[in-house]
Design a protein around this ligand. Structure first.
Ligand SMILES: Nc1nc2c(c(=O)[nH]1)N[C@H]1C(S)=C(S)[C@@H](COP(=O)(O)OP(=O)(O)OC[C@H]3O[C@@H](n4cnc5c(=O)[nH]c(N)nc54)[C@H](O)[C@@H]3O)O[C@H]1N2
Ligand SMILES: Nc1nc2c(c(=O)[nH]1)N[C@H]1C(S)=C(S)[C@@H](COP(=O)(O)OP(=O)(O)OC[C@H]3O[C@@H](n4cnc5c(=O)[nH]c(N)nc54)[C@H](O)[C@@H]3O)O[C@H]1N2
Ligand code: SF4
Ligand SMILES: [Mo]
Length: 719
């Protein structure tokens, strides 16, 4: 019988509420569900693609696979696969200790709530410190900044409360990624910007490409990539020069202003303008608006975090936000005080922790954990470098790291070296090709989830519970069943806890000890995760469109007493990096820089092969400014070789006048791992070939360079 059911999308952080039409085990359609949604009625094309994926599009895996020893795979029952994986893991740990196991938590794992919670318990139960995730190949510059500067516990303001949004290398209209890194709303981002503009919001966008988000900009600055540190050092220079920074905020909450003043003194507006190739007037105007703003929010996306000097870029962007007092203040209304996990923000500084300087370290670098994780760029070294506690077994949960890491020569060598590689995924992605076992997991609409990943991100308090709306194919298991099944077979206990970023799993006291003989009921686990919720589980279950709790007005509290902590605007290592950057000269051996971008239709490597994606993107086009194309005598559709220090790929040129000259813009994780020689036959060009996992890594988080990569272009066949 055909019926309608409520659920929410789990493809990205927006978690859009939706209504699907169900016919038995097939999904016939999907529309946005605006009943209670914090964004009103909204969804994007990936919502549609995800129902087609449930129905079997993109060669969805229907059962688990085992490598057959002859270069191929054979189907294996999931229970049998778990038996074999458990036996191998137990033997490895027995022989080499818990550090021989590592886990990589990919983009697909963040919104698989029960799986992600049990993953943390599983790692703790094994006792391995080896947790890697996409965060350290994404925007961990933000973690580094919070570790070096400290954090304002009052948090950042909601879009509806700011009068100036400065958005740096972030394109939420396509990526739906905004808050808490940058001003905006993850669902219906364009609508939220339009409403804010109508109210009088001023917006500055800084991006080498006039992005979809930039159409809302009052001031659009189009720099060469990799110069955000210089630009924001110059803006700090102006704010200090003119005395237009927020003195009230700085007197109370920041320190090292004198050191900052000295460090940014050489970063004159003229110097930054020359480096970034932008008019100096634009830098002065941006600084003027920031100085004038009553309620500013200066924030960034992945662009600055993926370019040269990524940690310094981010630090200087946050310095400007701090100079402007871009945080919620005592007495400010808290628009979303959390629903599942209620929070009461206080206007106080959480001191800089520099977690990486202490505790358990990586084997191959003198670096400790960043928010509980090791740097993913070091994963190949941690596998390959000989030693008793090297990584021998890896579980990849919802990720495609051989592509995501870039530098396929290095990454593939490491993945091939593993004694046990288990991939937990509904797709047979490129990483799965190297796996000993591919455990096929259920798709979003087939499992239980709770809106934990949105709890602190929604613009208003909101929570939603999703029960399965269709049955999973008989051959697949849920992500959480994998971790429970493995732990049960290995004789390890599991405890379900409400873990979220910033918490140390072992320190969370409140937990639900799971029965390791009969599998837990997923509904019981969700009920447990609702234990502190403002909306009881029963109410969420009775309201499948989600609930906006009625909560009394909440305001940011003033600190009872000054804890003495201050935001450290210019610690010694930051001052040192500013000095180093000052002395750098541009690499004149390269005429272009390749920048990152995202497309609406795909989620990294997921939905890349969805029919509606392939229609527009048979390849990931190499976008160029038409004037650059004319100078190079290139036409649309021409093939070019894009040559970087680390490697080369063949791309297919498309004109884009929104892009500044000197930049080639290309989305990631298309194509194949093999050398790129025929983009149309290889389904695109794997731009990860242009990045190195051994050179140009940032300090602390070892972030590789994925944007602003110096490149030259030639016609294929010419070198
Ligand atoms: N549709 C869709 N949504 C996604 C994803 C997806 O693949 N598809 N991926 C998700 C993931 S994993 C992430 S991390 C987020 C990322 O979310 P965003 O950070 O918003 O990612 P992008 O859309 O790539 O926007 C980055 C912008 O930075 C600009 N840029 C590049 N280099 C520089 C630079 O050096 N300086 C400055 N100022 N700008 C620069 C680029 O031109 C681009 O417009 O998106 C998430 N959402
Ligand atoms: N050159 C270059 N490299 C980059 C980037 C770039 O811009 N340029 N971006 C970087 C960034 S920001 C990121 S986040 C990484 C992405 O790196 P990864 O996260 O490693 O790659 P994804 O393609 O997002 O992999 C997600 C996988 O999760 C699976 N999946 C989806 N939903 C579920 C689920 O519910 N359960 C399970 N088990 N699996 C699921 C999908 O099928 C897919 O195979 O790449 C990084 N690498
Ligand atoms: S924006 Fe698109 S992908 Fe993200 S949750 Fe909404 S429908 Fe899903
Ligand atoms: Mo990401």
């Amino acid at each position: 019988m055909v019926h309608k059911a409520k659920t929410f999308c789990r493809n990205c952080g927006a978690l859009c509420p939706m209504e699907v039409t169900v016919d038995g085990n097939r999904l016939l359609g999907v529309v946005a569900d605006g009943t209670a949604s914090p964004y009103g009625s909204y969804m994007c094309v990936k919502g549609q693609s995800s129902i087609e994926f449930h129905n079997g599009a993109e060669h969805r895996l229907q059962h688990s696979l085992k490598r057959d020893g002859r270069g191929g795979f054979v189907a294996i029952d999931a229970g049998q696969a778990l038996d074999e994986i458990a036996a191998k893991l137990s033997a490895l740990i027995e022989r080499h200790g818990p550090r021989s196991l590592a886990l990589y938590h990919g983009t697909g794992a963040y919104r698989s709530v029960l799986g992600a919670q049990l993953e943390k318990s599983f790692l703790s139960s094994i006792g391995t410190p080896n947790l890697f995730s996409t965060m350290t190949i994404d925007q961990s510059a933000k973690w580094v900044t919070s570790g070096r500067m400290g954090v304002m516990a009052s948090g950042k303001p909601a879009l509806v409360d700011v009068d100036l949004a400065v958005i740096v290398g972030n394109n939420p209209v396509v990526s739906h990624q905004t808050y808490p890194f940058a001003a905006g709303e993850s669902g219906a981002p364009g609508r939220a910007f339009a409403a804010a503009k109508k109210r009088g919001l001023r917006m500055i966008v800084i991006d080498p490409r006039r992005s979809e988000t930039a159409r809302f900009a009052d001031l659009f600055i189009q720099p060469l990539p990799g110069n955000d540190a210089a630009l924001f050092a110059a803006i700090a220079h102006i704010l200090l020069r003119d005395g237009t920074y927020n003195k009230a905020f700085c007197d109370r909450f920041v320190t090292q202003l004198d050191a900052l003043r000295a460090a940014v003194a050489p970063y004159t507006p003229a110097l930054a303008a020359a480096r970034a190739d932008v008019p100096v007037e634009q830098i002065e105007l941006a600084a003027k608006w920031i100085g004038e703003a009553g309620r500013p929010f200066v924030g960034s996306g992945s662009g600055p975090s993926m370019s040269a000097h990524s940690n310094l870029n981010d630090h200087m962007i946050e310095v400007v936000n701090a100079l402007a007092g871009g945080y919620r203040r005592a007495g400010d209304l808290v628009r979303n005080p959390g629903t599942l996990n209620p929070r009461t923000p206080v206007a106080t500084v959480v001191p800089a922790g520099r977690s990486w300087e202490k505790g358990v370290k990586c084997r191959t670098a003198d670096i400790g954990k960043l928010f509980g994780e090791f740097p993913t760029a070091l994963l190949p070294s941690e596998i390959l470098e000989p030693g008793p506690d090297r990584i021998r077994a890896l579980i990849v949960f919802g990720g495609n790291p051989v592509m995501g890491l870039g530098d396929p020569e290095r990454a593939v060598a490491a993945f091939k070296d593993l004694e046990l590689l288990v991939v937990l995924d509904p797709r047979k992605n490129e990483t799965a090709e190297f796996a000993h076992y591919v455990v096929a997991t259920s798709q979003h609409f087939e499992r239980h989830d709770l809106s934990i990943p949105g709890d602190a991100l929604y613009p208003i308090a909101f929570a939603q519970y999703a029960a399965p709306v269709v049955a999973k194919p008989p051959g697949v298991i849920h992500d959480w069943e994998f971790f429970w099944g493995l732990a049960a077979r290995m004789g390890r206990p599991l405890t379900l806890k409400y873990w979220s970023y910033g918490l140390e799993f072992d320190r969370i006291e409140d937990g639900l000890q799971l029965d390791m003989v009969s599998p837990p009921d997923p509904e019981d686990m969700i009920r447990f995760l609702c234990k502190n919720s403002r909306v009881p589980f029963e109410q969420l279950a009775a309201n499948p469109s989600g609930v906006r709790p009625a909560i009394p007005e909440q305001r940011v509290l003033a600190a009872k007493e000054d804890n003495g902590a201050r935001l450290q605007l210019c610690p010694a290592d930051v001052a040192g990096e500013l000095e180093t950057v000052l002395g750098e000269a541009p690499d004149t051996g390269f005429r272009y820089q390749l920048t990152c971008r995202r497309i609406l239709e795909a989620m990294n490597s997921a939905y890349r092969d969805a029919p509606r994606t392939r229609e527009k993107y048979p390849v990931n086009w190499a976008y160029m400014n038409p004037q650059d194309m004319a100078r190079e005598s290139l036409q649309e559709g021409d093939a070019i070789d894009i040559v970087a220090e680390a490697g080369r790929v063949q791309g297919v040129v498309r004109a884009e006048d929104r892009l500044r000259q000197g930049v080639i813009s290309m989305t990631h994780m298309f194509g194949v791992l093999a050398p790129s020689t025929a983009p149309f036959e290889q389904a695109g060009s794997f731009s990860g070939r242009l990045s190195s996992l051994q050179r140009h890594l940032e300090p602390i988080n070892f972030m590789p360079r994925f944007s602003g990569i110096p490149v030259n272009i030639t016609r294929p066949g010419n070198s």
